[in-house]
Design a protein around this ligand. Structure first.
Ligand code: SF4
Length: 388
């Protein structure tokens, strides 16, 4: 943790970090820390080579003020012109020499998205002092009182160390949803992936967030156990979630770009990646093992084999399992067409293959690139790297 810089660094303008959850596409991104204080997960390419640091509270508040000023100018201009023609708004903004261009662009996106939610960045914002985070949240709510949702990523390891009263204070200051990268409930898989947390700590952290009255979104990574732990990964992850009952369970399939530590193990054969067929069986077992909970399941990431595998438990469990079974019941050549069509964006679920035009496009791609059931997983691996 870079405390020296934290105390002495100069403000260099509005900042945003590199990632946010897919569900935060319309949120204003407020950067409280830079990068990840852990940065050791073997599958994670995001903050490699980047040092973690905490931004001074005053700098974060300046960012919020810059966005606030930009929002006021955007609204005023839109009001005067009876609408919001982008070119006119940009022209008027150009008259203000002191406007921060990055803050202005962020404000423009946020206004067009409805200004309802804020995402606190980067990877583990709750690692800062709770009183500092409360000060930032309070400032945010003062500037934008109509914001309905303020969310952040957090590590279970960090949450487990925050006392319940502090979590409640953060909730009262406006932080109402936490995204946790659970990835797996299997201690073997968590250790292999160097996640730096155990199943027990994941469960403890999840329950603490819920007790504080925040919404909880848990990310699961199909495929992270490889071939050897595929079944254990599915069963143990479902078991952890059955004990937490999070509001959301989100799937984000493992991909292995060249830049991650896991790539070496994959190249040398120490880590055997699941094929799509194995992954589908793993997901089926995972959903089948989710019991006694009321979570909403989402599969909103482009890397996933079934993008629309969604529903609320327990009522939609059978429907979700049917989506996977439909793929597993296909002959290998049809599975191959689905895999390719899915990753090229023609299909989001097996029933999309009924659409003749989309089916023809996927078949054409297989033919043109010589993709067969024998080589399809290799081709998919390459395609997936492009989406990371
Ligand atoms: S904790 Fe999250 S951001 Fe940090 S290395 Fe692991 S997956 Fe990446």
């Amino acid at each position: 943790m870079n405390l020296k810089n934290h105390l002495t660094e100069e403000y260099k303008g509005f900042e945003q970090g590199p990632i946010r959850p897919p569900s935060e596409a319309y949120s204003l991104l407020v950067r409280v820390t830079r990068n990840c204080p852990w940065n050791r997960c073997t599958f994670c390419p995001v903050y490699k080579e980047s040092r973690f640091s905490i931004r001074p509270v005053g700098h974060v508040k300046k960012d919020i003020d810059s966005v606030h000023r930009s929002v006021e100018i955007i609204r005023e201009t839109a009001g005067k012109t009876g609408g919001a023609p982008l070119a006119e708004i940009r022209r008027v903004a150009g008259n203000y020499n002191d406007l921060d261009p990055s803050a202005f662009n962020a404000a423009l996106n946020w206004v067009s998205g409805g200004m309802r939610s804020v995402f606190i960045q980067d990877a583990n914002s709750l690692i800062i002092k709770s009183s500092d985070l409360v000060e930032i949240l309070t400032h945010l709510k003062t500037r934008f009182p109509r914001v309905e949702r303020i969310t952040s990523y957090a590590r279970s390891h960090t949450i487990a160390r925050i006392n319940d009263d502090h979590l409640k204070t953060l909730r009262d200051a406006g932080l109402n949803r936490i995204h946790i990268g659970l990835e797996s409930g299997s201690d073997k898989v968590l250790k292999m992936a160097k996640k730096g947390v155990t199943k027990k700590t994941h469960i403890l952290a999840g329950l603490k967030i819920k007790k504080a009255g925040m919404e909880l979104s848990e990310y699961v990574m199909p495929g992270l156990g490889g071939k050897i732990f595929s079944e254990e990964h599915a069963i143990e992850t479902a078991n952890a979630l059955n004990q937490i009952n999070p509001d959301f369970i989100r799937l984000r399939t493992l991909a292995i770009p060249n830049s991650v530590e896991l790539y070496d193990d994959y190249e040398t054969g120490r880590f055997e990646k699941c094929t799509d067929l194995m992954m589908a069986k793993e997901i089926l077992l995972f959903i089948e093992s989710l019991n006694g909970i009321t979570s909403v399941v989402r599969s909103d990431h482009i890397l996933n084999l079934f993008q629309n595998l969604e529903g609320k438990l327990p009522g939609d469990k059978e429907n979700m399992m049917d989506v996977v079974r439909r793929f597993l019941d296909m002959p290998p050549d049809r599975q191959c067409v689905y895999q390719v069509g899915r990753r090229l964006g023609f299909f989001s679920r097996p029933s999309d293959m009924k659409n003749r035009r989309r089916l023809e496009r996927a078949e054409k791609a297989c033919k043109e690139f010589g993709i067969t059931p024998e080589n399809v997983d290799e081709v998919i691996d390459e395609l997936m790297k492009r989406f990371i």
